[in-house]
Design a protein around this ligand. Structure first.
Ligand code: ZN
Length: 446
């Protein structure tokens, strides 16, 4: 994709309506305040890598966002003892400067999750060594990014930052709608680098423990729509795809299994590995939703034929559908592939309260997915598993679903019943789901 920038174009009504229409009816959008350790003193901000580490600093407009807990010069590297003790290892890249007012992919998303983790006492402050936060991960390198993306796109985006600096915000034509601010390039490198750092930690932990911690990259911008030649659908760099290539290149883990349970098809990841037999991409998504790809007959090509599995689910699919898909499709597929690591595009926009789609996942559904995927990784690949945040636009359902996923990683019972309201659910289209499962099993000879 040629990088064409439209300066200063607001998200037009027609563009917004097109996107929302593709994402199903717009539902109520809840807002949370950012967590107490992040001070927001204005709207525009600058992410800066300095000798002192990452921090949010002032722009000439006098607007400032700063992490209150400071930063060290070097990336934090977990010690062997920390890795042995931890059951969850997570890292945060909030991308506070990459934001457009009223855009669903908001700078409040990751802070809302951090806030929920605090409220539910799921941080090391409350849990000691079993929950480990990896801080100050290094940004991804150019080599990391171009393992998935065209170099011309990456350099073009970097150059576009000057324009964004002048204009405040820019739009990238044909990307659905994806905006960029003058911090987008650096913050997207930070997001990808955070995922990579978690891969390092989890792989290192698996060398000293049979039950390594599960990783969770609380990052944005999301990545699974970004195609090799450019950004798309709120996504800038393919974080999970970049991490998959990194796991192969740096850790020698040849066979990577990617599960994408975001409500939208992960077309960028799909495209990056469509002819690659060593990276299995399995996506469940709502049939007919953005971007319209991921049909059930799209299974890969050439040597990669059969190593892509797309399972579109009918609108209204929920907890029971997901559990059946896990048992009948995901487990046998992963068992047959024999992965050396499992990476997860963890999108929370399939939640019944999410404004951009029309599935009926609940907090409990996400707990079950997290628990089952962790167990699958333990059985198949030494427990090596890292989750990457993708979508999820209702801040409450997003944050509590991620928090309950942490409880799943800890092996503790779900507290989803505190958040889920069964009375808003309607009957799932189970006959259609079964038909889709039968079809995909037939296509993939399962
Ligand atoms: Zn999504």
């Amino acid at each position: 994709m040629e990088l064409r920038i439209l300066h200063h174009r607001p998200l037009t009504l027609s563009g917004r309506m097109l996107f929302m229409a593709q994402h199903q009816p717009f539902k109520r959008y809840h807002c949370l305040k950012p967590p107490s350790n992040i001070k927001i003193l204005g709207h525009r901000c600058l992410w800066k890598q300095s000798r002192g580490g990452r921090r949010y600093v002032s722009q000439p407009s006098g607007i400032r966002i700063q992490c209150a807990d400071g930063a060290n010069e070097d990336s934090h590297k977990a010690s062997n003892k920390e890795l042995m003790d931890a059951r969850v290892i997570y890292s945060v890249a909030t991308a506070m400067g990459h934001n457009q007012e009223s855009h669903p992919e908001s700078h409040l998303r990751v802070p809302a999750i951090v806030d929920a983790l605090e409220k539910m006492e799921l941080t090391s402050k409350f849990r000691g060594s079993e929950i480990l936060e990896l801080q100050n991960a290094k940004p991804a390198s150019l080599d990391d990014i171009i393992s998935v993306h065209a170099k011309a796109y990456v350099t073009g985006l970097e150059k576009a930052m000057e324009k964004a600096s002048e204009k405040g915000i820019i739009y990238i034509e044909g990307s659905g709608p994806t905006y960029a601010t003058h911090t987008t390039f650096q913050e997207s490198l930070a997001a990808a680098g955070t995922g990579i750092a978690l891969v390092d930690s989890v792989v290192n932990a698996s060398k000293i423990s049979k039950d390594p911690p599960t990783g969770f990259a609380l990052i944005r911008p999301p990545g699974h729509h970004a195609i090799p030649k450019g950004p798309m659908g709120f996504c800038v760099f393919g974080n999970v795809a970049i991490a998959a290539r990194y796991a192969q290149r740096v850790h020698g883990l040849k066979r990577v299994f990617i599960i994408d349970f975001d409500v939208h098809h992960g077309n960028g990841t799909n495209d990056a590995f469509y002819d690659d037999p060593d990276i299995f991409f399995l996506s469940t998504h709502q049939d007919g939703s953005y971007p319209g790809t991921g049909k059930i007959h799209e299974i890969g090509t050439g040597n990669g034929e059969g190593s892509t599995l797309n399972l579109p689910l009918p609108g209204g699919s929920g907890d029971l559908s997901t559990r059946t898909v896990f048992d009948e499709v995901i487990v046998p597929c992963a068992q047959r592939f024999k992965p050396e690591i499992i990476l997860v595009s963890a999108g929370y926009d399939g939640h019944v309260l999410d404004p951009l789609a029309n599935l009926q996942f609940t907090t409990g559904t996400y707990y079950a997915l997290a628990s089952n995927i962790r167990q699958l990784a333990k059985e198949l690949c030494g427990g090596r598993c890292v989750f990457f945040l993708e979508g999820g636009y209702n801040l409450k359902s997003l944050s509590y679903s991620v928090a309950d996923s942490f409880r799943a990683f800890l092996g503790e019972p779900s507290v989803a019943s505190e958040f889920d309201n069964p009375s808003i659910l309607y009957e799932e289209p189970l006959a259609k789901v079964k038909q889709a499962i039968d079809t995909v099993k037939s296509i993939h000879s399962m």
